[in-house]
Design a protein around this ligand. Structure first.
Ligand code: ZN
Length: 467
């Protein structure tokens, strides 16, 4: 047998072990994994001596802002940033303009992504209406649904009122409709309890609180925990198996919060508790909350000082199943508003996350196997596309990320592919960088360069990929 590509002399990492082997790829599929004596001849060879070989990372949480907000990001630049960050597939979020909540809008969006994307993709449909949910799911390759339980009392963006589902009856009807189709359909939820959020917001404003921790307390505070309980409860009673709670870590508020509660229950606390009850939940760590290194509260860093040790312990204890830094680009001038309450929130995480977390692998905070579990294997399992995606196995798509774990670098926002062109991690030293990203056997990113065309990325149709 002769194959298209062989990756030689590297070390393969799975969620449970690490071993030296060559990988042979034909027609975009892994056809052989073995020692050099058995490796077939190939048209092309990559020498991965000294490199770590990871299953391509799967990102279930990007906002590539198309259609309608392409001044912030688009499928071409966003997917390039993701590829430069070691990702081989993404799921895009529906809060673009118009929001992706009907069959026609979903189909339009998939067409746009297919035309421009460098890496493989699917898009969350925004669930706002039970009938439309059924229509989208039954007539497309859509993998799953996103529900924003939040809306802001005064501003329309980024929590688009039209997308918000915070009434218990509506949420129940949507969950019920999804459960009746298939209880394994993945759902990602931005939890909130809107009446409580409104109350927190107005109390903080009345106090004159105007720093980023106040913004967190008002938008992403105890309202998120209460909304998480409601969503988890409704998912539990309707039998849904794959509810992903987004933004774990967000409401770990600074040591000196503005609002006084006798007992603070964060998302991390609640998800830990619900898992101990045996409820089916996925917890998505927003890793910026423990990868930040300074307590400097300014517009670009956009953070405060949560208890890092508590968050790392939650990682060790498997409170988190998935881990990333959200990619939700805003322009610098949208994020840098004099009044913090007007500032558009969101980090640009797709390109920076992997070097930041590899640095923590070097620091001994987590193993590379755990990294594979939380960034490749678990996301692919959550989305129902494992082991076609998220695995290095014979028969899997040849989605592979090569990493130099010893290389030192500095995060430089001028080198980001993301359209908004800035980073909250600018200037951070890192040890460990992705060097090549391979999607279905084609190198799409190679040492700082994009090496495939827009549109190479393929729509991951559930009808083809679900096992
Ligand atoms: Zn988001």
């Amino acid at each position: 047998m002769s194959v298209d590509l062989v990756i030689k002399n590297g070390t393969i990492h799975t969620s449970s072990n690490s071993y030296a082997a060559d990988i042979a790829i034909k027609d975009g599929i892994i056809v052989h994994i073995g020692t050099s004596a058995t490796t077939p001849s190939a048209t092309e060879t990559i020498d991965a001596t000294g490199k770590e070989i990871l299953p391509g990372l799967v990102n279930q949480h990007v906002h590539f802002r198309e259609p309608g907000q392409t001044h912030k990001e688009d499928f071409e630049k966003g997917s390039q940033a993701a590829a430069a960050g070691g990702y081989t597939m993404y799921m895009d979020m529906p809060n673009c303009t118009p929001i992706t909540n009907t069959l026609e809008r979903y189909q339009d969006k998939v067409a746009l992504a297919s035309e421009k994307s460098l890496i493989d993709h699917n898009s969350w449909a925004g669930a706002t209406d039970p009938d439309e949910v059924v229509k989208i799911y039954n007539n497309t390759g859509n993998i799953g649904f996103k529900i924003f339980m939040h809306r802001h009392p005064e501003v329309e963006y980024p929590y688009v009122p039209e997308l918000a589902v915070y009434e218990t009856n509506r949420l129940y009807n949507i969950f019920d409709a999804i459960a009746k189709m298939d209880k394994n359909i993945p759902i990602s939820i931005h939890p909130s309890d809107v009446p409580l959020a409104d109350e927190l917001f107005y109390r903080l404003k009345a106090m004159g609180a105007d720093d980023y921790s106040a913004l967190r307390e008002g938008k992403d505070g105890m309202n998120m925990t209460l909304g998480c309980f409601e969503a988890a409860f409704l998912a539990h009673i309707t039998g849904l198996k794959h509810l992903n709670i987004l933004h774990l870590g967000f409401n770990e508020i600074t040591p000196k919060p503005h609002l006084d509660f006798e007992n603070r229950v964060t998302l991390v606390d609640l998800v830990r508790k619900l898992k101990s009850w045996g409820w089916d939940l996925h917890g998505e760590a927003e890793a910026s909350t423990f990868l930040q290194r300074d307590s400097n509260i300014n517009w670009k860093r956009r953070w405060y000082t949560p208890d890092h040790e508590k968050l790392w312990k939650a990682l060790d204890d498997e409170v988190f199943d998935l881990m990333l830094i959200e990619h939700a680009p805003q322009l610098e001038e949208e994020a840098n508003k004099p009044d913090v309450w007007d500032a558009a929130s969101g980090l640009l995480g797709a390109q920076d996350f992997l070097p930041l977390i590899l640095t923590e692998v070097n620091n001994g905070r987590l193993t590379i196997n755990k990294l594979v579990k939380m960034t490749s294997e678990n996301p692919a399992k959550f989305l129902g596309i494992y082991p076609k995606k998220g695995a290095i196995q014979v028969g899997s798509d040849a989605d592979i990320t090569l990493v130099d774990l010893n290389r030192k670098s500095v995060i430089d926002e001028s080198k980001t592919f993301a359209k908004a062109g800035w980073s909250s991690f600018d200037g951070y030293d890192v040890i460990g960088v992705p060097t090549q990203t391979i999607v279905r056997g084609t190198v799409v990113y190679d040492e700082g360069e994009i090496t495939a065309d827009p549109g190479y990325g393929k729509y991951v149709d559930k009808n083809e990929y679900f096992h």
